[in-house]
Design a protein around this ligand. Sequence first.
Ligand code: HEM
Length: 336
Amino acid sequence: MVTSLDAMWDSVDAQISTTAAGGSGGSAASYFIPLQQFLFSFLSRTLLGADTSAASSEIQNSGHIMIDKWLAFQLLPTISINLIQPLEEIFLHSFAFPFWPIKSDYQKLVNFVEKEAKETLDIAQRDFGLTKEEAVHNLLFILGFNAFGGFSILLPNLLTNLGNDKEVQEQLRKEVREKLTAADGLSFDSVKQMDLVNSFVYETLRMKPPVPSQFGRARKDFDLSSHDAVYKVKKGELLCGYQPIVMRDSRIFEKADEFVFDRFSKERGGGDELLKYLFWSNGPQRGGDGPSAGNKQCSGRDMVPLTAAVFLAYLFRRYDEIEVSSGSITALKKAE
Ligand code: HEM
C-alpha cells in the first residue's frame, strides 16, 4: 500500500509544481486519476496477489479506466445522474445495458487475472472447489465492484472532509506523528492506536456512506422494531434500507447532521457502544454476527476503515497541511 501511495502522491506533487510554475497565480492538482491508479495497483496486489507492474503497459496505465467503464455500465441503469426527466428514466433506467461495448476491455482484465493471479486461482480451485472461470469472474467482481468501486467513493470523501480545516488537520497530524514510532512504522497495527484518525474515518462513513441503499427480501415473517413502533414484515416482502437516515438518528447521535470528526473517539465516549450504530457495511461495525455467508454484510467491514486510516496516516506523515476543494488539491505543505 505504501509503495502505491508513494506513486500517487509523487504524481500529485508533480502536478502541483507544474501548475504553480505555470504562473497562473495558483496551483491545483486533480487527484482522481492518481488515486484510481493507486487503488488498482494496491487492490490487485492485496486481493488478487497480482503485481500490476509485471502486467502489460496497457493494464498498468489504463486498468483503472477499464474498470470504470465496466462499473458505469452496471451502475448507470440504477443511479440518478440528474439528467432531465423523463429522459433519464427512458434512456438510462428502462433496460440493462448491453455487454458488447465493454467486452474487449473486460477480456483484457480477465487475461490479467489469469496471468498474474495464478496462485490465488489455484487456491480457489484447490481449496474452495471453484472452477477457474468462476474464480476469475468472482475475483474481478470483488476487485472492481466491491473494493475499487467502494474506495473510489470513500477516499475522495475523506479528502473532501479534510477540506481546509487547519485545526482538525493539526490534531490528526499530531496524533499520527506521536503514534508512528520508528519501530512500528505505518501498518494496520500502528493505525489501530490512532483514536482520532479512526474516528475521522468512521464519521466520514456515517455522514456519507458510499453505498447508501440496500435491498432484500424477508426470508421469514418477523417483527421489525424502531425506537417506538413495531412493524410486521411478511416472508417474501421486499425491504429497502437507506443508510443516511439510519445513521443520522438524533436519538443516538448528538448533533446528528453535523460532521463531528472526533465523535467516535474514546475521549468523547464514542468507542464500541456508538459503533454498534454505524451501518455503512450493511450491518453494525461492532456487535452483531459480523459478515457471514448468511447476512450480506460487507466482508470488508474491518479492512475498509483500517485501510482508510492508513491512507490518512500516510498523508499526515508526508505532509503538514493540505487544502482540498472541488475534487482538486490546491495546496500541500510537505512535512519539515
Ligand atoms: C469503501 C469500500 C466498501 C464499501 C463502502 C462497501 C460496502 C458494502 C455494502 C453496503 C455491502 C452490502 C451490499 C448489499 O447487500 O446491498 C457490501 C457487500 C459486500 N462487500 Fe463491501 N464495501 C467496500 C469494500 C469491500 C472490500 C474491500 C471487499 C473485499 C474484501 C468487499 C466485499 C464485499 C462482499 C463480498 C459483499 C457481498 C456480501 C454478501 O452479499 O454476502 N467490500 N459492501
